[in-house]
Write a protein that binds this ligand. Structure first.
Ligand code: HEM
Length: 403
């Protein structure tokens, strides 16, 4: 990681690359390398990595999270159990990032979701499910269009088509208003990209879809793991609840001020990532020979660090199987000060959506614990490897209304 060079390289997600090449699309931020990657990255990082820029999305993220809480109330059974909470959290992740990227609500939580919203949910889900088997199976799709590949493409094409329609709506709105003159300094991400001469209109759509794909499975599964941990660790849950109630006012909005004052959520999140790192490994193709543990690893090798193994290593963490958010509270604590948090990767190519993800996750969790006490008495849930690290079974938790 420390020897990653000016243009850090990660291995590519082959089905994604194949799909994009077959449609003549650019590879986007996730899969491009070298100068092409740098061009995308420099344009986006101005808008995505500065906390002040991300704060502008707080009201939308808060509203989407409140809608999720309301939706949970609708799908909750009389005994407070929710079957299929995974889908509701998935919709929350899609709606949150969609609202930021397209500057418009998708409508996943509308009483009767629009055709657009239903298609978005179905095709994004389908795209991820088919991607998983293509990614881990033999790449036959590169030789001939297998059935699975064709289904994947059908979902992929539809996701891009829907994304394009949302971008077009924004373009139309801008051309009607004086916002078209807005300088990229004051604008949100999409407006900034549309104003940038470096990107064609198609590249704007491809980049937004890239960001969406990076955002949904990661944030939704992180929220699921956090809820599961809270439901099974009542003391940690009460501590978070008390702090949320202290920092969130009567209006019930999770503002950026409230987020800044809430220290418990940070430690909770670090501890959840330690035990259940959704992106279970971080990797680089190294640009020069390196020495490691007495071995020479030649330039061009793919080197991968397993976040899952590191998080559960007793040499790095005391009693690693125990869920203990407090271990992250003391910055002088030896245990955590010697290890940087790698959940979002590292260096120049670290996750560009980190600030958005943190804001979404903290807001979503805060809104849920304000409203519900979480309980779980089902079988132990273990991690399993899909596109990201997900629960190995549906988590049927109880969402008991607080008042
Ligand atoms: C819990 C949530 C998330 C986690 C744990 C996560 C984790 C990661 C990791 C580990 C990487 C690789 C970094 C590296 O190679 O050093 C990455 C890259 C990336 N992530 Fe995330 N991510 C999350 C949310 C998001 C969100 C919300 C977005 C978009 C809004 C996003 C977009 C991306 C993109 C585009 C890349 C590729 C960046 C590049 O290659 O320059 N991620 N993410």
């Amino acid at each position: 990681m420390r020897s990653e060079g000016k243009y850090p390289r990660r291995i590519q997600l082959e089905p994604m690359v194949h799909f994009r090449k077959s449609r003549g699309m650019s590879l986007g931020l996730v899969n491009s390398q070298g100068e092409e990657w740098h061009r995308f990255r420099s344009l986006l990082s101005k808008k995505m990595l500065r906390p002040k820029e991300i704060e502008q999305y707080n009201p939308q993220i808060n509203t989407v999270s409140k809608d999720l809480v309301e939706r949970l109330g609708v799908v909750k059974a009389d005994n407070s159990h929710i079957q299929g909470v995974e889908l509701e959290i998935f919709k929350w992740a899609l709606e949150s990032v969609g609202t930021i990227l397209f500057e418009e609500r998708i409508g996943c939580f509308d009483e009767v979701p629009s055709t657009e919203a239903r298609e978005f949910i179905g095709h994004v889900l389908g795209y991820f499910r088919t991607m998983q088997s293509l990614l881990f199976g033999p790449p036959l799709y590169k030789i001939r269009p297998t059935k699975e590949w064709l289904t994947h493409c059908e979902h992929g094409d539809k996701v891009f088509e829907l994304g394009k329609a949302f971008v077009q709506k924004r373009v139309d709105a801008l051309s009607r208003s004086s916002e078209a003159q807005t300088t990229s300094k004051q604008s949100s991400l999409l407006t900034h990209m549309l104003a940038a001469s470096e990107l064609s209109r198609d590249e704007v759509v491809h980049t937004l879809v890239d960001l969406m794909q990076g955002a949904i499975e990661t944030t939704s599964n992180t929220v699921l793991w956090t809820l599961y941990q809270l439901a099974t660790h009542p003391t940690a849950q009460e501590k978070l609840y008390n702090e949320v109630m202290n920092v969130v006012g009567e209006h019930g909005d999770v503002t950026t001020d409230a987020l800044a004052k809430n220290a418990v959520r940070q430690s909770l999140s670090e501890e959840t990532f330690r035990k259940f790192p959704v992106t279970f490994a971080t990797s680089r193709i190294i640009p020069r020979d390196i020495e490691m543990g007495g071995y020479t690893i030649p330039k061009g090798s793919h080197v991968q660090a397993s976040l899952y193994s590191m998080g559960r290593d007793p040499k790095l963490f005391n009693d690693p199987e125990t869920y203990n958010p407090d271990r992250w509270l003391g910055m002088h604590n030896d245990e955590v000060s010697k290890l940087p948090s790698l959940a979002f990767g590292h260096g120049a190519r670290m996750c560009i959506g980190r600030r958005i993800a943190e804001q979404e996750i903290y807001t979503g969790i805060s809104q849920i614990v304000r409203k519900y006490k979480l309980e779980y008495d089902g079988p132990e849930v273990k991690p399993t490897l899909q596109l990201v690290m997900t629960p190995d079974k549906p988590i049927v938790m109880k969402f008991v209304p607080r008042r």
